[in-house]
Ligand binder design. Structure first.
Ligand code: GDP
Length: 426
């Protein structure tokens, strides 16, 4: 039983967890370089309302300048994880480096996220590098939603990209949207669950959409893909399948529930489209993240081993009541705070000012400062809970891949088998 004790946006203090764990989405955005990962991430932060609102600056103007600079360079480059809010959900966007040289870093990031948005360029479709990251995500069983970006570009083609997802990635796409127009005439998309057209007005950051009837020339295509969608989801539930054979169409909530199930079980990969640059499609993409990607409760308990016996398997459930366990996945340096150790908390609760055991080194470390990173500010918090992504300030000896845990309940979370780093000879 989890408590939702205070409104989103307040700090998680004495009253406990501020948001229900089922409303967490720990996601990464993965893409071939240039497909639009940075733009998509920035738009996500914009829409989730935390970006471009510079406030709560504690360290004076220098911080402000640094943050403005950071924004110019793009949040995905400098922040290992950013916490934002969408429709009552906490979305932690975990940076997934996309460059092939950072294979090791990509694997570390993939290890701690529960789902991902794979961004493709609608003109070039699936590129060799997208394949590399896709295979890595396969290795960690990461459920995905595909976002076919740049629908406004000359030569953009949603269905060709869909075909490449089949042929080059061997995945089973599930088309959730049919684009309305393309290139300069890209207007929006037909939502195949609602069977409504989402049509944009306004440009860039002012873009907003209206839900209208499906344009007459797209009704046949929309019906065709709606049918494929229904065929794919009814298969996932015997009762729904039986009712369907008897002539009962599942309602939209059931369809959504089954899309979510199929995505999490990796029966298929939902595909949506848009243009991040012109800002058309990012809000429905956020809806898809919330509707179809898993919460920490939807994924298996994290695996680990006993500290003194690598053969003894242990697990930790995503619960505040379980012993504390967390994995350090990124060490960053912040000009004002010093060393930040980014951790994914898998179980239990961590309070600032207490001690945790570094299970790999057998050493206790003091948790000096506990922070949540937002697009424009870092928020000091008193406690963090199962499912949270936090930055710990002041740790001395923790390196990435190490486990922090409750001293009385030690565990080493399964280490990744890192491949040898790729050494390039010029
Ligand atoms: P990343 O390398 O994947 O992070 O890609 P970026 O987000 O930096 O985008 C690469 C380039 O594509 C930039 O020049 C963007 O302005 C541009 N871009 C991103 N999204 C879109 C889009 O939806 N349409 C168009 N036409 N250009 C885009």
């Amino acid at each position: 039983q989890r408590n939702v004790t205070c409104a989103a946006g307040k700090d998680a203090t004495a009253e406990g967890r501020e948001q229900d764990l089922s409303k967490y989405r720990n996601i990464g955005i993965m893409a071939h370089i240039d497909a639009g990962k940075t733009t998509t991430s920035e738009r996500i932060l914009y829409y989730t309302g935390k970006s471009y609102k510079i406030g709560e600056v504690h360290e004076g103007t220098a911080t402000m300048d640094w943050m403005v600079q950071e924004q110019e360079r793009g949040i995905t480059i400098t922040s290992a994880a950013t916490t934002c809010q969408w429709n009552g959900h906490r979305i932690n966007v975990i940076d997934t480096p996309g460059h092939v040289d950072f294979t090791l870093e990509v694997e570390r990031a993939l290890r701690v996220l529960d789902g991902a948005v794979a961004v493709f360029d609608a003109v070039s479709g699936v590129e060799p590098q997208s394949e590399t990251v896709w295979r890595q995500a396969d290795k960690y069983n990461v459920p995905r939603v595909c976002f076919v970006n740049k629908m406004d570009r000359l030569g953009a083609n949603f269905f060709r990209t869909r075909d490449m997802v089949i042929s080059n990635l061997g995945a089973k796409p599930l088309v959730l949207q049919v684009p309305i127009g393309s290139e300069d005439a890209f207007k929006g998309m037909v939502d195949l669950v609602k069977m409504k057209a989402l049509v944009w007005s306004g440009e860039e950051l002012g873009a907003k959409f209206d839900e209208v009837d499906i344009p007459a020339d797209l009704v046949d295509l929309a019906n065709e893909y709606r049918e494929k969608l229904i065929d794919a989801v009814v298969e996932l539930d015997d009762a729904v399948l039986e009712a369907y054979f008897e002539g009962t169409m599942p309602d939209n909530d059931t369809i959504k529930r089954l899309i979510r199930k199929g995505t999490i079980d990796r029966a298929f990969v939902p595909m949506v489209c848009g243009t991040a640059f012109k800002n058309k499609g990012v809000q429905p993409l956020l809806d898809a993240v919330v509707d179809y990607l898993p919460s920490p409760l939807d994924i298996p308990d994290v695996d680990g081993v006993a500290v003194d016996d690598a053969e003894q398997a242990l697990t930790r459930p995503a619960s505040d009541d379980a012993p504390f366990s967390a994995l350090a996945f990124k060490i960053a340096t912040d000009p004002f705070v010093g060393t930040l150790t980014f951790c994914r908390i898998y179980s239990g609760k961590l309070e600032a000012g207490t001690y945790a055991l570094n299970a790999n080194k057998g050493k206790k470390e003091r948790i000096g400062r506990l922070m949540m990173m937002h697009a424009n500010n870092r928020e000091d918090i008193k406690a963090a809970y199962a499912g949270d992504i936090v930055a710990i300030g002041g740790l001395k000896e923790v390196i990435t891949g190490e486990t922090l845990c409750d001293e009385k309940n030690p565990i080493i979370l399964e280490r990744m088998d890192f491949p040898d780093p790729v050494i390039k000879i010029a």
